[in-house]
Write a protein that binds this ligand. Structure first.
Ligand code: HEC
Ligand SMILES: [Cu+2]
Length: 321
């Protein structure tokens, strides 16, 4: 029994910890695909070798049968693999769909990648490098961007991996089901110290998480991004054209904007307002003109606003429920 399980472990390449809700589903799917591939390889190569011996030419003047086709056989070897592929697609799609759609109550953490470190910022502004602290059993949605090149955020124990880019936000989420500390890697070669771009996810109880958020240490600015965003809303002049109470000024109100479906003047398809939409609206206001509003009224802020300021404005706009 012992030698059997050590044999199994030798062939099991998945990380030992299954620390998120969907880790077992990911592992089962991986095992299913691997086993199906091994089975097909053995069956096909085995049959091929057997036929090569069994039906080899036995003499120079041996006549061979003339075989055109076999409808029944061809139907079988088309239909069965098709069914297997549909099965694999189905299980893959279900898991993929889950990994792309965070629940509405997910906790949000902003992740910033740079050469060669990760920074995590929680909703109250608590910021820490390399160490992502999250509460057990609480879905966590990560809103990620890069300050320089392409990186990729990878936590094997959670079975999540997502590219991190400088010109848009990318997202991932997970629901941790195990207390403990788990590795973070960068899996996109990003230069000299790529291999040292490490970090850890620390899963703690919700009480420990609350204490963690409160402990702000010696930081100069203890405001939350939303509070900083509120100040920018006035300082950058957004308040001249955007109300917070739902009323129409020069531009649309920020009330309940995030998560709502936007329709546009310039024939573009409707879209749900998310972080990337807000970012684009600020930087390149002409890209999408909100229906019934004038084009060209909003100045483009490209070059006039930093990524950190945009992130604070997004947090503020999100808080206008
Ligand atoms: C001079 C007026 C004006 C100013 C100043 C202004 N905007 Fe706008 N904004 C508009 C108008 C008009 C629209 C709608 C037309 C469009 O989409 O360009 C708009 C659209 C938007 C949208 C998309 C809204 C939606 O309902 O989909 C966002 C987000 C936005 N602005 C953010 C900002 C932020 C943040 C600032 C400050 C940094 C700002 N705006 C400053 C006039 C303005
Ligand atoms: Cu990297």
């Amino acid at each position: 029994m012992d030698s059997l399980s050590s044999l199994w472990n030798a062939f099991n390449f998945m990380p030992e910890d299954q620390a998120s809700t969907w880790a077992p589903a990911v592992d089962n799917l991986n095992a299913l695909i691997t086993n199906a591939a091994i089975f097909c390889t053995v069956a096909i190569v085995g049959t091929m070798l057997y036929f090569a011996v069994r039906y080899r030419r036995r003499s120079e003047d041996q006549e061979i049968a003339y075989i055109e086709h076999n409808t029944r056989l061809e139907t079988v070897w088309t239909v069965i693999p098709s069914i297997i592929c549909i099965f694999l697609f189905y299980f893959g799609f279900v898991t993929y769909h889950e990994t792309r759609n965070p629940p509405a109550n997910a906790l949000e953490v902003n992740v910033t990648a740079r050469k060669w470190a990760w920074t995590f910022q929680h909703s109250n502004g608590k910021t820490e490098e390399s160490n992502l602290v999250v509460p057990l059993g609480q879905p966590v949605r990560l809103i990620m961007r890069s300050k320089d090149v392409l990186h990729s955020f990878f936590v094997p124990a959670m079975r999540i991996k997502e590219d991190v880019m400088s010109n848009m936000y990318t997202f991932t989420w997970f629901n941790p089901v195990k207390l403990g500390t788990f590795h973070i890697f960068c899996t996109e070669y990003c230069g000299k110290d790529h291999s040292a771009m490490l970090g850890s996810v620390k899963v703690v109880t919700s009480e420990e998480y609350a204490d963690y958020l409160q402990d702000r240490g010696a930081v100069a600015d203890t405001r939350s991004p939303a509070e900083i965003g509120k100040e920018l809303y006035t300082n950058k002049g957004c308040n001249a054209c955007h109300s917070l109470d739902g009323s129409r000024l020069v531009g649309p109100s920020f009330k309940s904007l995030v998560g709502s479906v936007r329709t546009f003047e310039n024939g573009l398809p409707p879209q749900t307002a998310d972080e990337n939409y807000i970012r684009e609206s600020i930087l390149i206001s002409q890209a999408k003109i909100v229906k019934t509003y004038p084009a060209g009224a909003m100045p483009a802020f490209e070059g006039l606003i930093t990524d950190d300021e945009i992130e604070a404005l997004i947090a503020f706009i999100k808080s206008q429920k």
